[in-house]
Design a protein around this ligand. Structure first.
Ligand code: ASN
Length: 315
């Protein structure tokens, strides 16, 4: 029985990696990554390398199982996002903006298996800019998306045709909504409803999220952050925000969230000394981008080595 299963598995792997689909996906992905890298260079955004292990990582705004290893006397967490490392990299004079294509490990619950857009390991294009506000980051993202899609249509017409995908280059400025209004109008499922009803990507502002996104000083409960949502039901593309960099605010919000400050010690000391600058930024998943541009129903279909929540990993 086990031998039969193995043979079937091997057959599926061979079929997948010998298929035109995999070749076309790789071509589309390479084209997108090149436009991202060209765009960043043009904007003076410097590329940094990812870290995978650190005493602290992004706490995230939702529960995932802890992914950590014990190394000697240290507990090292696998990167969920490089959010705090992005802030630290911007301390340096002349380092005004950075980006990383970074592997993120998020051990999501099995319930996300059929969401079509969750992986427990994915790659995030994570960007952070010093001294910029949310509108500046949103403008940058819009410009990037327009260039990426226009470039993809130009470079990969045959590959897009293979996926029977007619992509429209988004028109700027993208529409902007407020999350609380959407909640009132559509209820908890607002994201899916509006994504399905839209034909262009759009922004949603103000999400109650992690301690590091800036909360308005005068209007408590209002967050200066944003999500970019793909149209046609593909859902969340990017999340980001203006950041909290004032020590008392950071501590207040960590305490509100009952976070253990201990692993964050080195970062908190930098914040306390005023070394962490005012920034804004965000990140988007490469696989979700591929899913959208190819019009695929499950993210698994566009990932060479998919790690789907709750699914056995073969290779
Ligand atoms: N990359 C996101 C940001 O910059 C954070 C995340 O992925 N959780 O806000």
């Amino acid at each position: 029985m086990i031998i039969v299963q193995r043979t079937q598995q091997t057959q599926q792997i061979i079929q997948k990696f010998e298929s035109a689909r995999t070749r076309h996906l790789l071509k589309i992905q390479s084209t997108l990554l090149k436009s991202i890298s060209d765009f960043m260079e043009e904007k003076g955004i410097l590329q940094a390398m990812p870290v995978m292990l650190a005493p602290f990582t992004d706490p995230l705004n939702h529960e995932v199982s802890e992914a950590a290893i014990q190394y000697g006397s240290q507990t090292l967490r696998l990167t969920k996002s490089m959010i705090l490392h992005k802030f630290i990299m911007l301390m340096g004079k002349g380092v005004d903006a950075v980006f990383i294509v970074s592997p993120n490990v998020r051990l999501e619950s099995e319930d996300c298996k059929d969401s079509g857009r969750h992986l427990i390991e994915f790659s995030q294009v994570d960007i952070e800019m010093k001294g910029k506000d949310k509108r500046a980051f949103m403008d940058l993202t819009e410009e990037l998306y327009v260039k990426m899609i226009a470039g993809l249509k130009h470079t990969c017409p045959d590959e897009l045709a293979y996926f029977r995908r007619k992509l429209t280059t988004p028109t700027r400025p993208f529409k902007v909504y407020e999350s609380k209004e959407l909640l009132r109008k559509y209820g908890e499922g607002w994201e899916g409803i509006l994504s399905k009803a839209s034909s262009e990507p759009f922004w949603v502002l103000d999400h109650t999220r992690e301690f590091y996104d800036r909360e308005d000083e005068k209007r408590r409960g209002y967050y200066h952050n944003y999500d970019l949502i793909y149209p046609e039901g593909f859902g969340e593309a990017l999340s980001g925000g203006e950041r909290e960099y004032v020590y008392d605010e950071v501590i207040r919000k960590m305490d509100e969230r009952k976070m253990d400050r201990e692993p964050y010690g080195a970062y908190l000391e930098l914040v306390r000394q005023g070394k962490i600058p005012r920034t804004s930024g965000g990140g988007f998943g490469v696989e979700r981008l591929l899913r959208w541009v190819t019009g695929s129903s499950h993210i698994e279909e566009v990932t060479l080595f998919p790690r789907v929540p709750g699914k056995h990993i073969v290779i």
